[in-house]
Design a protein around this ligand. Structure first.
Ligand SMILES: Nc1ncnc2c1ncn2[C@@H]1O[C@H](COP(=O)(O)OP(=O)(O)OP(=O)(O)O)[C@@H](O)[C@H]1O
Ligand SMILES: [Mg+2]
Length: 293
């Protein structure tokens, strides 16, 4: 089993519009409309490929439009697959959207992977969007059909401003990878590694970040903080089960690695080094032995 750090792409999920890479036209649209007093109601649809920021962008925009103090009342997010019956739209959602916002801003409804809704539920949005009060924002995220089409009827699609979420361009993938590498203390990623990941990830940043993680020791120098992080992850995995022979053995190896780390710290201090990279790899390998079935 490949040892993965499941938090990594969550850690680098952008929290603000400016952290998004490759979404300029959408970001400009939002910035020019937010705060415009004549701007009353809106419906946005993000359709495209996996790992290109659809869900992330919907959440960021939601956090800008809904008052954060009252977000528990004014912001709702549903997975499309949970909206099976028309009643959920006609009763629950429709009632909620018509009531006034509790805070000073808008009410925001995000339907993630909206193509998963049942057909009648989708159609119920025709009326709901058209007849909702002002200061209501609807955001649908969706994946295209196998034929590359938008998975909604023309009348429904026409109620939205559709923003295509195409695979991210090479420069955006490269920018994102260098940001993650810098944030994790993995040093600058050499251009050949970047090029390979760009080709393999095909514009999907979730994939790109996982590929970078697999290849990060090819990035050369590593900061001591990365050793601390790898050690913490090892400790978590170690603590998941009662000690047995294998765990006792792993603890011994851990001691050896820790000693190497201390020696390297005494020698090189906080400067990045390949030795730190090797120690991280040691902890990762050790964690892998404990995770193996
Ligand atoms: N435009 C972007 N800018 C910066 N990071 C991004 C961008 N798009 C995706 N990411 C990274 O990829 C991860 C996944 O993004 P997100 O969940 O928004 O993708 P998605 O388009 O909703 O994919 P899916 O269709 O698989 O749900 C994010 O946590 C973030 O780390
Ligand atoms: Mg998503």
């Amino acid at each position: 089993m490949f040892y993965r750090n499941p938090e990594l792409y969550e850690k680098y999920r952008p929290q603000t519009l400016d952290e998004l890479v490759g979404r300029e036209s959408l970001v400009n649209y939002i910035k020019s409309h937010l705060g415009d007093p004549n701007y009353g109601r809106d419906a946005l649809m993000f359709v495209g490929e996996s790992g290109t920021g659809k869900t992330t962008t919907a959440r960021i925009i939601g956090s800008l439009y809904a008052d954060q103090d009252t977000a528990a009342f004014d912001y709702r997010e549903f997975p499309g697959a949970r909206i099976g019956t028309i009643d959920i739209v006609r009763e629950d959602i429709s009632y909620w959207i018509r009531t006034y916002p509790m805070g000073k801003k808008w009410k925001v409804l995000v339907i993630d992977e909206a193509q998963g809704m049942s057909q009648p539920a989708k159609e119920a949005f025709l009326d709901l969007i058209e007849n909702s009060p002002e200061h209501r924002l609807f955001i649908f995220t969706a994946t295209r059909t196998a034929e590359g089409k938008i998975p909604f009827s023309k009348p429904l699609t026409s109620r939205f401003k559709v923003f295509p979420f195409d695979p991210l361009p090479a420069w955006a993938v490269a920018t994102f990878l260098q940001r993650v590498a810098a944030g994790e203390g993995w040093g600058t990623v050499p251009s050949d590694v970047i090029q390979t990941i760009i080709l393999e990830a095909q514009g999907n940043l979730r994939n790109a970040i996982q590929m970078l993680e697999m290849r990060r020791f090819e990035t050369g120098t590593v900061l001591p903080q990365a050793v601390m992080d790898a050690f913490q992850r090892f400790k978590t995995i170690y603590g998941k089960k009662e000690p047995d022979d294998q765990r006792v053995q792993a603890l011994r190896t851990c001691g050896v690695l820790w000693k190497r780390f201390q020696d390297e710290l005494a020698r090189g201090g906080s400067a990045p080094s390949t030795a730190y990279g090797e120690i991280v790899q040691g902890f990762e390998a050790l964690a892998r032995t404990l995770e193996a079935p």
